[in-house]
Structure formats: C-alpha cells, structure tokens
Design a protein around this ligand. Sequence first.
Ligand code: SF4
Ligand code: SF4
Ligand code: SF4
Length: 299
Amino acid sequence: MDITRRNFLGLTALGTLSAATGTSAASSLHREPVDNKKVYGVLVDTVLCIGCRKCEWACNQEHKLSDKKLQEYEDKSVFDRHRRPSDSAYTVVNEFSNSEDPTGKKYQIKVQCMHCNHPACESACIVGAFKKVENGTVRYDAWKCIGCRYCMIACPFQIPAYEYSKAIEPRVMKCTFCLHRTEVGKRPACVEICPNEALVFGTREQILQVAHERIQARPEKYSAHVYGEHEAGGTSWIYLLPYDFKHTELPALDDRPIPDRTEKIQHAIFKSFVPPAALYGLLGLIMYTQKRDSRGEED
Ligand code: SF4
Ligand code: SF4
Ligand code: SF4
C-alpha cells in the first residue's frame, strides 16, 4: 500500500480512536532479543584508530552534508575541543586519554548513532518516524516526523540533532547506518574508507567475535570490556577501548533497554486517566495537522 501523508494521518487518527476506546494493544514491555546473525554491526577499535578523520569526510560526502576537501580533514586542531554529531555531521572523531596513564598517550573515538537493539528514540517517537528495521538499522522517516523532538530527549547517547536553521521542513538528523549501501551489499561509507581496520563491518555476531578475539590476542592493549555488547540492551555499534570507558564520552548504562524504564513511567503516569497511546496519538494528530496546514499541503 502506498502510504501518503494523508492516509498516514488517517491511520494516526484511527490509532487515537481505538486507543481511547481501549481497543488498541498497549505497548508491551516484553522485548524480543535481536538476532545477532541477522543484524549488522560495526566494530570501532579505538586502539587501532589513527585519528585520520577520513570516516568523517566519507560520511559527509556520502550524505552531501559538506563539500570540504579530504585534505581539510587532516586538521588535527579539531581535537582541541570536544565535538558532537550535529545536523551537518552524522559522525565526528574526538580525542581522549587517561589522566592516570604515565605515557599520556591519546586515542581517538568515532561517535555516531549506535543503532541500539531497543532504541529509545523509536520508543519515544509518537508517530513512528523511527523504526528499527530487519538488518539492525534504526531508520528515520522525515515525512512522518512532526518535529516534537522527543527522540532527542530520549536518546541516552545524545545523538539526534535537529535542523534548527532550516525554516521549511526541518528534519532530525543522525547516522543512517548507510542503509542505502548495505541494502545493496556495500559496507557503510565510513567503514569502507577506514585505512587501519579501526572500523569493521559484519553481522553483530561476527563483530562481537572479532572484538573478543582482539582482546584475547592483545590483552595488554585492550580493556576487557566490550562496550555496546550489553549497554542499554545492546547496540549495533560496538567499541574496543584501551582503558575503562569512563575515560571516554561513552555513557555509563546498565543492561536494561531504555524503553523498559521510560515506558513503565509513561504507563504509571497515564494509568489512571488517559492511555499514553491515546494522548500521544491525539498530540501527534494535532501537531501533524498544524504542520500540514501551515504548508497548505494537499497531497
Ligand atoms: S543511539 Fe540514540 S538515536 Fe541512535 S538508535 Fe540509539 S536511541 Fe536512537
Ligand atoms: S554508517 Fe554511514 S551514515 Fe553512519 S557514520 Fe558511517 S558513513 Fe555516516
Ligand atoms: S577512518 Fe578509521 S582510522 Fe581514520 S579516524 Fe576514522 S575510524 Fe579512525
């Protein structure tokens, strides 16, 4: 079925009505584990990363986010400040070190959307603009988005960025996991260009195996903790680090999927009066209608 904006609106309204009358299935807190053989993963090996920032360039080229030349990414002065992914850069490389390490050695860490196994952004989005698809990518559909930015609040990695500077149809921006490439058998652009095998693409199962093999082969070089294997219920992007992750910008998270917590709170708050799906659906309907009307759209 071709889902146009108009019939999507109709579906939203239907969802609102059925939820309000109690016929909608409430969102379940039971979560199926992802199948590590089916979903893709990327290993980010910060021990092997040489901070060349070619991954940043390749990503920007691939998604037409910047027309800067590759040579301009050789500028290492960017490491003087901490950067975050933004609406004009889906990924950035930062520098980190351990103040207790007498060698003072610095390492680089590439950050982007983690494509969580149980994405908080998907759970928070009231109109289904985020969706975890079969190959593990957390996809964002701009045409569904009403700009509420709940995804930005929900994400434990502070990844989604908003096109505040865009007056017309601003979008939420984040790493796409290069879905358009992986669907046709190619690796993500950042992985393809990485010159030092600091980025490795495969199924999540393969990536975890490579991660543990690298630790076993050189335990003096690596922290034994494979970050992302279990954090927040697991992520598709997996990190190997030389030290404890507390020296990096990666947040401390336990093994529970974030939606387990947030959905419980939502349910508790709304239990006594309005089902959350009804409230969200109604809010979504109002915001979507306003957005459509402001565009004078007739599709
Ligand atoms: S890192 Fe944030 S934006 Fe990316 S999938 Fe996880 S919750 Fe969503
Ligand atoms: S997977 Fe694609 S979108 Fe994501 S950081 Fe790499 S190049 Fe950018
Ligand atoms: S391309 Fe590879 S080696 Fe270069 S900064 Fe990115 S992750 Fe590190």
